[in-house]
Design a protein around this ligand. Structure first.
Ligand SMILES: [Zn+2]
Length: 468
């Protein structure tokens, strides 16, 4: 059996989805999963809402509700958006389940036992006025690597590098504008340099990835450093180490736990399906394949942090180590990342008001036009501007006039002749040509979809429609 795992980026539970979100991870992953199922593959497609981390905490404070209330609300909204769009998950869960906590802690313990978690004293930011820890994302300043303004404490969106807030030039708090104070604090860091050789060897075998994704991932290796996997925060998964587990002010970094979600969701799905070991078909069968779908701002976590966690957990780094309870787990077959869908040249952003919500779109047009548009004209290999003119042109000319018209004629002809089977005539040369074209299209379109080349696949399918 051909086991195919489709891992879809976990939406952060801090608001409804806009069309920029679903252009990156949603529609492409679903087209891929549906295609794989049609070929007869055994497909598992999992995801869920990512509910830890500071943004949710800050927003809950602002609204005066508990963080779990807020997560519940946004989980519901996101589920509605994604279900409305017809995304065919086998399981869509959450990072706040007991199962997820247990699997995340298992991964951490394996990494810790194998020596890939370094305990270090680092500099953490606090707010001088409140004395509270200031989350990385809420510190802004000039990027020390590329010099761009508005870099966040955890990452620069301009150059894509992960950052430490203490490295930012002229850091300020986004919450109240004050200059943060940096104090000493202890953390666990994932020893990525000890995993670099294995990561490099693995990435060098991934030459059928989208070129921009592979290039970006290989570039990350040139500046590989230990990354903090714990945070000074009271909302998250406890760190399963004596003396840390009960510390209310220390939790695992949200990204450490979010990427484990693919594995924990697969295990949850297996339990729910009544065969608790079924997840192994997708994770420990060496012939199984796994595809991860996301926007480009998440590549780092999928081509470096997550494979790093997997390698360290199974003792495959410079420090060696042993296998742990879950066994030897497959690394990603492919990290399929999209570029950004923009509007009038800007990235979609709820906070900046540059936004079209999925819910509003679905109310007006239903799911098919949006799915078609993203598949044929989405940001597959480059940032792509969404315009209503282009949307209307694609839907009217291609979907309604092209495909709709063909379906209508075929169905009308069948309806008009219902009750009698017309005698087939001789096939003309033109008949044979269109039949051959349609026949061959299964291979041509299939080959494209197999490699996540959605534009190419759907464009060829629509060419056949045009000929027909
Ligand atoms: Zn930068």
């Amino acid at each position: 059996m051909n086991n195919v795992l489709v891992n879809v980026a976990w939406p952060y539970a801090n608001g409804p989805r806009h069309i920029g979100h679903v252009a990156g991870f949603g529609v492409p992953s679903d087209v891929f999963a549906r295609y794989q199922r049609m070929t007869g593959a055994n497909v598992l497609m999992v995801s869920g809402t990512d509910e830890h981390g500071t943004p949710l905490l800050v927003q809950a404070d602002k609204e005066g509700v508990s963080v779990t209330e807020l997560a519940d609300r946004y989980n519901r909204q996101i589920v509605e958006d994604l279900a409305g769009l017809g995304l065919s998950y086998d399981l869509f869960t959450r990072t706040t389940t007991r199962n997820h906590y247990a699997i995340v802690q298992e991964l951490f313990r394996g990494l810790y036992d194998n020596g890939y978690m370094l305990k270090e004293t680092t500099m953490g930011a606090i707010s001088p006025s409140t004395g509270r820890t200031l989350p990385d994302r809420y510190i802004e300043g000039t990027c020390p690597i590329c010099g761009a303004d508005g870099a966040r404490g955890d990452q620069c969106d301009n150059c894509g590098n992960q950052l430490d807030p203490a490295d930012l030039i002229n850091p300020v708090s986004k919450i109240n504008g004050e200059t943060p104070k940096f104090v000493e604090t202890e953390h666990f860091l994932l020893d990525l340099p000890a995993l670099a050789e294995e990561l490099t060897a693995w990435l060098q075998t991934r030459n059928d990835w989208r070129p921009n994704v592979l290039k970006f991932s290989l570039n990350l290796l040139s500046d590989i450093r230990p990354r903090a996997m714990s945070r000074d925060i009271d909302w998250g998964i406890p760190i399963p180490v004596e003396g840390w587990e009960d510390n209310p002010g220390k939790k695992l970094y949200v990204w450490f736990d979010a990427v484990v979600g693919y594995l924990s969701a697969s295990i949850e799905w297996a339990h729910r399906s009544g065969n608790p070991d079924a997840w192994r078909d997708f994770w420990t069968d060496p012939a199984a394949t796994s595809y991860y779908f996301m926007g480009k701002d998440n590549i780092t976590f999928h081509s470096q942090i997550w494979p790093g966690e997997l390698l360290g957990y199974q003792g495959k780094g410079a420090k060696g180590g042993t296998l742990h309870r879950l066994g030897e787990l497959n690394l990603p077959t492919e990290v399929v990342s999209s570029e950004f869908l923009t509007m009038s040249g800007s990235k979609f952003s709820s906070s900046k008001g540059v936004v079209i919500y999925v819910k509003d779109f679905l109310k007006e047009f239903g799911p098919d036009p949006l799915r078609y548009f993203i598949a044929v004209a989405g940001p597959e290999n480059q940032d792509t501007d969404f315009t209503w003119d282009e949307f209307v042109r694609r839907i009217n000319n291609e979907l309604a006039n092209g495909w709709g018209n063909l379906v209508n004629r075929v169905v009308s002809m069948a309806a008009n002749n219902f009750g009698k089977v017309p005698t087939p005539g001789e096939l003309t040369e033109a008949d044979q040509k269109i039949l051959d074209l349609a026949e061959q299209a299964f291979d041509v379109v299939g080959e494209a979809l197999q490699h996540s080349r959605f534009k190419q696949g759907i464009t060829h399918a629509m060419h056949v429609v045009g000929e027909a």
